[in-house]
Design a binder for this molecule. Structure first.
Ligand SMILES: *Cc1c(COP(=O)(O)O)cnc(C)c1O
Length: 387
């Protein structure tokens, strides 16, 4: 039997190689400390869990959900946009529920890409933008995120003919993996660029609530005109320690939202309503709760950055996200430095080139492991000598 090209063309999952290396160490009796995967170690808040327990008793929730999600969930997202960004959205036409942001991100290219069409995708980036494009039969043209541009998309670097041919553009701020942030000026540029070339603008905004040092991340939808051409994706995975529950949303232009709803209604049957109720609860978490949750990551961030500096890396503390993105020392590649850390001090980090060729020369450390493991990981890292 021959597998379809879209399956043959899939790259190996980034963490497979790493998992293998960890397993090998384990066989040798060594416990590694992994700063690899971004998946909050802190439990889902009790108020959110209690809501599921109650909701599971309601027989209404035992039947098929609507693909677009409960009106009450969409109203909660609308209220979040109003309270947090002062953006007015109709819960009926401008918001849908998602089975995690990843579901909507993977399905969005099916709305805009015909075979051979171009999607503009940042490099490095969350891998799903490119894979979703490939599944839709499209072609990805990468736009490099460079340190000299503070990892923002440089719209002047995009070839005019490519821009004319492109059907969609992905952006993601606060950014995984670089930790970069964007202001409204940048979002305005993105909207102008996409309007000029008739491109659907997709903003992955999963980290707007995971911020530090008083930084408040804007929404793309605050920009006048964004609602004409854009979809913004949100997720409760990182905000409320809910990766296992799969609650996300898409908001934006009603026609684009409707297209995404139609695609998804033909593939999935929506998110369990009891879990949508958890989402409603999570959207009402207080700013105090969010601040204290973020404070746990901030303390970890500061410790990690300080140790990385001690051993000679020029790490910067990001204002948002769960990741430290830092250059490898002279003479190393992402892969060779990652291997050295594993061999010498039994610490796992993610090689930057796993997120795209422009991530070569960097590594990513995630802050989503318990404090005692962070401390042990840092004790080991501090024994590493760059040579
Ligand atoms: C974690 C992550 C997602 C996935 O969010 P889910 O809601 O869990 O599917 C999407 N985009 C980026 C950049 C992420 O880091």
């Amino acid at each position: 039997m021959k597998l379809a090209k879209r399956v043959q063309n899939l790259p190996p999952y980034l963490f497979v190689g790493i998992s293998r290396a960890i397993a090998k160490k384990k066989e040798e009796g060594i416990e590694v400390i992994s700063f690899g995967i971004g998946d909050p170690d802190i439990p889902t808040p009790n108020t959110v869990l209690d809501r599921l327990k109650k909701a599971s008793d309601n027989p209404v929730h035992h039947r098929y959900p609507e693909s677009e999600g409960l009106p009450e969930f969409r109203q909660a997202v609308s209220k979040f946009y109003k309270d947090r960004f002062n953006v007015n959205l109709s819960y009926e036409t401008e918001i849908i529920n998602l089975i995690g942001a990843k579901e909507g991100i993977a399905h969005a290219p099916l709305c805009f890409i015909d075979p051979g069409d171009i999607a503009l995708v940042p490099n490095p980036a969350y891998p799903v933008y490119e894979i979703g494009t490939m599944f839709a039969g499209g072609e990805t043209v990468f736009v490099d995120l460079l340190e000299k541009n503070e990892f923002l998309v440089d719209f002047t670097s995009i070839d005019t003919q490519v821009a004319k041919d492109a059907k969609m553009l992905w952006i993601n701020y606060p950014n995984n993996p670089t930790g970069a942030i964007a202001n409204l000026e940048f979002f305005t540029e993105a909207v102008e660029f996409c309007k000029e070339f008739d491109i659907a603008l997709m903003h992955d905004a999963c980290y707007t609530e995971v911020t530090y040092d008083g930084y408040v991340a804007p929404s793309l939808l605050e920009v006048p005109g964004a609602m004409d051409i854009a979809i913004e994706f949100h997720s409760l995975s990182k905000t409320a320690n809910m990766t296992g529950w799969r609650v996300g949303s898409a908001a934006g232009n009603p026609e684009l939202i409707n297209a995404l709803m139609r695609v998804k209604s033909n593939i999935d049957s929506g998110l369990s309503q009891a879990i949508q109720e958890m989402g409603i609860e999570a959207l009402s978490l207080s700013q105090e709760w969010l601040d204290s949750n973020n404070d746990i990551y901030k303390k970890r961030r500061d410790k990690v950055v300080s140790t990385l500096k001690e051993i000679g890396l020029d790490a910067l503390a990001p204002k948002a996200t769960l990741y430290i993105w830092t250059k490898v020392p002279e003479g190393y590649t992402s892969a060779s430095f990652t291997e050295r850390l594993l061999e010498d001090v039994n610490v796992v980090v993610t090689p930057g080139n796993g997120y795209g060729s422009a991530g070569e020369g960097y590594i990513r450390l995630s802050l989503t492991i318990p404090d005692d493991q962070i401390d042990e990981g840092l004790r080991r890292l501090s024994q590493f000598t760059v040579s």
